[in-house]
Design a protein around this ligand. Structure first.
Ligand code: G3H
Length: 489
């Protein structure tokens, strides 16, 4: 058990004496499925939030602070020091990932290693930016020395499904570009930040990284209300993003770096390779129990192959192994949100009541903290699961006879992140791809949707995202181009 009493504001590790919130895991070691107490965190509020903000403002000092004016090489040294210390915490953090969010051992290890790699690649990309900035440009007799400068003070809020990786995909580029930051770990996956507090403290100058614990509303809203935040960086849902944005009195000055909901479809054409398609759809819909913004959240299958696809796909879903995250081969693991099984059940009941059938035998079976994925078909527009981002183990399948049907649905959707397209005939695929790239930001050919490799742009249209993340793009999203110009004399 970790009773987290320390917190980091303005470079000082302080001792918390106020109220605390207990942190539980839905993973249970008892027959009665009692949640397991993992520890507790400080229940911070407005006073601590405003102290963190003051520290970040002071460290930035309107662009004249030690950090935003520090030489590139020195900032890189700080980041290298941080990542080296982080690497020593691998076992501890992987264990917490499994207990706090129920992520399987291989996926937890992958999340950790991917994050270390992300930081190292960011350092390299930052060096490249600096090399590019050293070059002079000349147009119409005007020389320019163009580089990228920081934006100011950044509030970072990450999601529970990648509490380390996605939080750091915001935080690390924001820091290295010379901004100062305040961040609050996600509700689930909060304890895994605590082994890193000292690394943050002794790697960066005071006030560059300030870490808050507590409820989002209690600490993030007072910070936004001051109007002193320059960037809201959030991966999560649009409801929280909109609510926070609305708190900012000068929201036209606020830059948004947001990764939000998606309802990524798979479109399966009549000539698709079914073995490959079924495997990709399985990983796409159920990797980490569908709790990924990039998960496939609706499958459109052509009438011609519908029966065979449904039968074989449903069998595969039932053949998956459920177990604790450390169990060998467990693909389905406990859901960290205690109310998620009930929500998934509501979606299933609503669909069944409106005419859908559950195609797999185990679909909807519940243990205390898990609900077996249900393959639902036919799914129609009246059903909640058709539109809602389920972010959990339930799979709606829609059939089509004319490709225009899924295209129209995608065009009408509030989301526009990615699509997976399955088929063989290049003459049929090519014009479709031309249309799909205008509806979403990434088209995956004969493969499921995903964010990585992290050098590729990660963004979306409509309510799915604002700005772009990636090793390359995030450095640009958290900075602005500035330049010195002089004339040929
Ligand atoms: O939840 C959204 C994540 O960006 C998904 O990332 O595709 O690497 O699992 P992933």
């Amino acid at each position: 058990t970790i009773h987290q009493k320390k917190y980091l504001i303005n470079g000082e590790m302080q001792e918390w004496t106020g109220n605390t919130t207990e942190v539980f895991s839905t993973i249970s070691s008892t027959e009665s499925y009692e949640p397991t107490l993992l520890g507790s965190i400080p229940d911070m509020g407005e006073p601590e939030a405003l102290r963190a903000l003051d520290a970040a403002l002071l460290a930035y000092n309107k662009g004249q602070g030690v950090w935003p004016t520090m030489h590139v090489r020195d900032r890189i040294d700080c980041m290298e020091k941080f990542v080296q210390q982080m690497e020593t915490k691998r076992d501890e953090i992987v264990k917490l990932l499994m207990w706090e969010i129920g992520k399987s051992l291989p996926d937890s290890q992958k999340e950790f290693d991917r994050t270390v790699e992300y930081i190292r690649d960011t350092i390299e990309e930052y060096k490249q930016l600096d090399r590019d900035a050293a070059k002079f440009q000349k147009f119409d007799g005007v020389y320019a020395h163009i580089k990228r400068g920081p934006l100011g003070v950044i509030l970072c809020l990450g999601p529970y499904n990648y509490p380390l990786n996605e939080t750091f995909a915001l935080l690390i580029p924001a820091i290295i570009m010379g901004n100062t930051t305040i961040f609050k770990p996600a509700k689930y996956g909060v304890l895994l930040i605590t082994p890193l507090l000292e690394a943050f403290q002794n790697s960066f100058p005071k006030g560059v990284v300030n870490i808050l614990f507590g409820r989002g509303r209690a600490v993030a809203a007072p910070i936004m209300q001051t109007g002193k935040i320059d960037v809201l960086a959030l991966i999560g849902n649009s409801k929280s993003a909109n609510a926070l944005q609305d708190q900012h009195p000068k929201s036209n000055r606020l830059r948004l770096v947001l990764g939000l909901e998606a309802k990524n479809p798979a479109i399966i054409l009549p000539d698709a390779d079914l073995d490959l398609t079924i495997n990709e759809c399985l990983a796409g819909t159920l990797s980490f129990n569908g709790q990924r913004c990039t998960a496939l959240k609706v499958i459109y299958v052509h009438e011609y192959i519908k029966e065979e696809f449904l039968r074989r796909f449903a069998e595969k879903v039932d053949s998956l192994k459920f177990g604790n995250p450390w169990d060998n081969g467990a693909k389905l693991t406990p859901l960290p949100e205690p109310d998620k099984p009930a929500y998934v059940q509501e979606l299933i009941d609503d669909a069944v009541q409106k005419g859908a059938k559950i195609w797999n035998k185990k679909g909807g079976q519940q243990t205390h903290n898990y609900i077996w994925p249900a393959v639902l078909h036919p799914v129609t527009k009246e059903m909640r699961v058709y539109k809602e981002e389920q972010f959990g183990p339930v799979i709606p399948v829609v059939s089509f006879s004319d490709i225009q049907e899924p295209l129209d649905d995608m065009a009408e959707s509030n989301y526009g992140q990615q699509v997976s397209l399955f088929g063989k005939d290049v003459y049929a695929l090519a014009p479709l791809i031309d249309t799909l790239v205008n509806l979403v930001c990434r088209v995956n050919l004969n493969s499921s949707c995903q964010r990585g490799p992290d050098v590729y742009p990660f963004t979306g249209r409509k309510d799915s995202a604002q700005s772009t993340l990636s090793v390359y793009d995030a450095l640009r999203s958290f900075s602005v181009r500035t330049f010195v110009a002089f004339k040929d004399s």
